[in-house]
Ligand binder design. Structure first.
Ligand code: ATP
Length: 154
C-alpha cells in the first residue's frame, strides 16, 4: 500500500502525547512523503523507536524525515544515556539489554529493536544506530520508496 510518512509520524506523536507529555518534534523539508509500505508495521516501527527514546532520554526527541530519489530516511534522535560503543551491535539481538537499562524502573524485554530490524528487513530497508554513551542516540532507518513487484510487505 502507499502510505504517507509525515502524517503517520504526527499520528503516533499525538497518540503518545497524553501518555508521556514529552516534546517530540518532526523536522522535514517535505510536505508529504509517500512510499510503499505496510502502515501497521511502519507505525509499530515508529512506536518502538520513540518508546526507546522516551525511556532512555529526558530531553526533546527529534524525528528527521527526508527523501532522495530512491529512499526515504527516518532518523529518531535523542539526547539521553546513549549506548556504550561495544554494545551498539548487540542491541539488535533478541532479549539483549544494555546493563544500565536492566536496572531501570522503565523495564523492557529487549525485543523492540529486533522487531524494528525485522520490519525494516521485510521492507527491503536498513536500520543502524549512531550512539555516544552519555550524549544520545540516533536510529537511522532507510526504506525504499518503491517495493519490488511480488515482494510487498503485507
Ligand atoms: P522493549 O522490548 O520494551 O523495547 P528494550 O528497550 O530493553 O525493551 P530494545 O528496544 O530491543 O529493548 O533495546 C535494546 C537495548 O538497547 C535497551 O535495553 C537499551 O539498553 C538499548 N537502547 C535502545 N534504544 C536506546 C536509546 N534510544 N538510548 C539508549 N539506549 C537504548
Amino acid at each position: 500500500e502507499r502510505i504517507e510518512l509525515i502524517g503517520c509520524c504526527g499520528q503516533i506523536i499525538a497518540h503518545l502525547k497524553p501518555v508521556h507529555d514529552r516534546q517530540i518534534t518532526i523536522f522535514t523539508d517535505e510536505k508529504e512523503i509517500w512510499f510503499d509500505a505496510n502502515l501497521v508495521k511502519i507505525k509499530q516501527l515508529l512506536v518502538i523507536l520513540l518508546d526507546n527514546a522516551l525511556k532512555y532520554s529526558s530531553d526533546p526527541i527529534e524525528i528527521l524525515l527526508s527523501t532522495d530519489e530512491k529512499d526515504v530516511h527516518i532518523r529518531v534522535k535523542d539526547y539521553g544515556i546513549g549506548i556504550p560503543e561495544g554494545e551498539v551491535k548487540r542491541v539488535f539481538e533478541r532479549f539483549y539489554r544494555v546493563d544500565s537499562s536492566r536496572h531501570r524502573k522503565t523495564g523492557g524485554t529487549g525485543l523492540g529493536l529486533p522487531i524494528a530490524k525485522a520490519i525494516t528487513d521485510v521492507h527491503q530497508g536498513t536500520i543502524r544506530i549512531d550512539s555516544v554513551e552519555g550524549e544520545g542516540t540516533e536510529v537511522i532507518v532507510t526504506l525504499p520508496r518503491r517495493q519490488q513487484e511480488g515482494l510487498s510487505p503485507r
